[in-house]
Design a protein around this ligand. Structure first.
Ligand code: ZN
Length: 330
C-alpha cells in the first residue's frame, strides 16, 4: 500500500458529525406539511386506523422524513456552516495529490425502524470507506463514501444513508488549467457540443410563462402590476409590496456582463466546453444567468456590452444567450 493510500485509509471511521439530536420530536404538523408538499396520499401517516389496518400500532412518519427530523434550523446553519475539520483535512490531502475534482456518484438510503410521533431522532456521520485508486471515464480517482446513521431514542437504527463521491484528477488537466486570453483550440471547435440534451428546467406555475416566451424568442421580465417593480428569477409575489398581481415586459435585450465563469469540468451532455456562464445585467436592471455566444471564452470581460441571442437547444428548449454588442458608433 502506498504511503498516500495509507494516509487516506487513516480517515476511515473518523467522525464527521458527532451524534446530534434533532431539534424537535417527530410531530404531526411537520408530517402533514411534508406529505402535502410531496403529494404523498398514503393514509398511514396521519390516520391511526388506516395504519392499524396494515399491522402497525398507529400512524407512522414517512420513512424518507428521517433526514427532516435532524436538519439543523436555518439560524443554526447560518451561525455555523463550517465543514468538520476531519473533512477539511481529507479534502486537503486529496487536493494535495492532484485529486481536485469532485462528482457525486450515488446515494443509498436504507430504512430499518419506523418513527412515530413523540420519537426523537439523532444523526451521526462518519467516513465509511475510501476506495483504492480507480480509473473512470472522468479520470483517475478515489471513491469516498460517508455514512449517516439515524437513530431513535431507544438507540435503534432508523435509517442509514450512504453518500458516495468520486474525487478525481480530471483528464486533460492542461486544458482545465487554461486561463485568460487562450482561445478554444481548433479541436474544441470541431468537437462541438457533447451529444445529448441539455437538462430540462423544472417548470412550474411560477416560471412556465418565461420559458414559453423564450420559445418565441422573447425575453420577458416579470413586473409587479401594483408597484411596477421588475423581478427575476420569476416568482409569485412582489418582494417590494407583496402583491400577487403581475404581468410582463419585453426586455430590450441589451445589457452588460456583470460577472462570469468559464466552466471546464465536469462536462455535461448538451453543452460545449469550455463553457461561458455569465450573469448578465439587463439595461432594465434585472440580472439573469446565461451562456455566451460568438466569443472565445478568453475574450469575455466584466462590464462588456452584450446583446440578446438565442440558443434553440432542441425542439423543447430555447434559452436566451448573449453575444458581444455590435457597436453603433463604428
Ligand atoms: Zn410590487
Amino acid at each position: 500500500m502506498s504511503e498516500f493510500f495509507t494516509t487516506l485509509k487513516g480517515f476511515e471511521g473518523k467522525v464527521l458529525t458527532p451524534t446530534t439530536w434533532g431539534p424537535d420530536e417527530v410531530n404531526t404538523p411537520m408530517i402533514r406539511h411534508w406529505i402535502q408538499t410531496m403529494g404523498d396520499t398514503n393514509p398511514i401517516y396521519l390516520d391511526d386506523d388506516a395504519a392499524r389496518a396494515t399491522g402497525r400500532d398507529g400512524a407512522v412518519a414517512p420513512a424518507l422524513m428521517a433526514q427532516v427530523w435532524t436538519m439543523r434550523t436555518f439560524t443554526d446553519k447560518m451561525a455555523n456552516n463550517d465543514p468538520s475539520q476531519v473533512w477539511t483535512d481529507l479534502i486537503a490531502t486529496l487536493d494535495g495529490a492532484g485529486f481536485t475534482s469532485v462528482v457525486a456518484t450515488d446515494s443509498d438510503f436504507e430504512f430499518f425502524t419506523e418513527l412515530r410521533t413523540g420519537d426523537r431522532v439523532s444523526l451521526t456521520e462518519v467516513i465509511e470507506d475510501i476506495s483504492e485508486e480507480k480509473k473512470t471515464g472522468l479520470g483517475t480517482g478515489h471513491f469516498v463514501t460517508t455514512l449517516k446513521t439515524y437513530r431513535n431514542g431507544n438507540d435503534e437504527t432508523v435509517a442509514t444513508q450512504r453518500w458516495r463521491t468520486l474525487r478525481f484528477k480530471p483528464k486533460g488537466g492542461e486544458e482545465a488549467g487554461s486561463r485568460g486570453s487562450e482561445k478554444p483550440s481548433a479541436k474544441d471547435e470541431k468537437a462541438g457540443p457533447i451529444p445529448g440534451l441539455r437538462p430540462r428546467p423544472a417548470l412550474n406555475a411560477d416560471n412556465a410563462f418565461w420559458f414559453e416566451a423564450a420559445k418565441e424568442h422573447r425575453l420577458v421580465i416579470q413586473r409587479c402590476s401594483n408597484c411596477g417593480t421588475l423581478r427575476h428569477p420569476t416568482g409569485p409575489m412582489c418582494g417590494q409590496c407583496r402583491s400577487l398581481d403581475w404581468d410582463t415586459v419585453d426586455a430590450s435585450g441589451r445589457g452588460i456582463v456583470y460577472s462570469f465563469v468559464v466552466n471546464h469540468h465536469p462536462r455535461i451532455p448538451g453543452f460545449e466546453y469550455p463553457l461561458v456562464v455569465a450573469t448578465i445585467e439587463l439595461e432594465e436592471g434585472t440580472r439573469l444567468i446565461a451562456n455566451m455566444t460568438g466569443i472565445a471564452p478568453g475574450d469575455v470581460e466584466i462590464g462588456m456590452p452584450v446583446e440578446l441571442d438565442w440558443i434553440d437547444a432542441d425542439p423543447d428548449l430555447t434559452l436566451p444567450a448573449f453575444r458581444p454588442a455590435v457597436r453603433e458608433d463604428s
